[in-house]
Design a protein. Sequence first.
Length: 168
Amino acid sequence: MDYNSLKSVRDCFVKAEGVDSYRLAHGLILSAATGIGIISCLLLLAVFYICRAQTRFSTFKLFLSLNIAAIVYHVAGCIVMLPCTFTDCQFYSDNVIVSLAWLDTLGYYSSMFTNFLIAVERISMFHCTKLHQWIEDRRLLYISIAWMIGCAITVGTTSMKCFKRSAL
């Protein structure tokens, strides 16, 4: 393979011009939005915890799972975003970035599949009562499916050395 044929790939990893001029404003806006998201998720968890005895709806634990996945996703990004807003992030090693991206990926895929499972549960309630009854009887197993798929995708891609570094 010709070394020059990889020039376009190498250009993707070069620092963009003018990044420092808008880093602070962009970082503060993203940090504020992420902070609001984390606080909202924590408040929702507190409400779920306080009202857990009075809840009768079947998707209560699915919403808890979705909320926890969102917190994992946001916290991993926040750990990188806040220091990188004020500095060039030269103190983060590649292994640290990969580890934080692993949490980010786990939270993303777990929340995505939890949303899918909520949709399946809601649809099955009206159209397939036997499936809905199976979900109700095995709720914990059903909820853990999203986390198992999220872990499998994250571990699988990481073991193939396919991971995010700067997407956080």
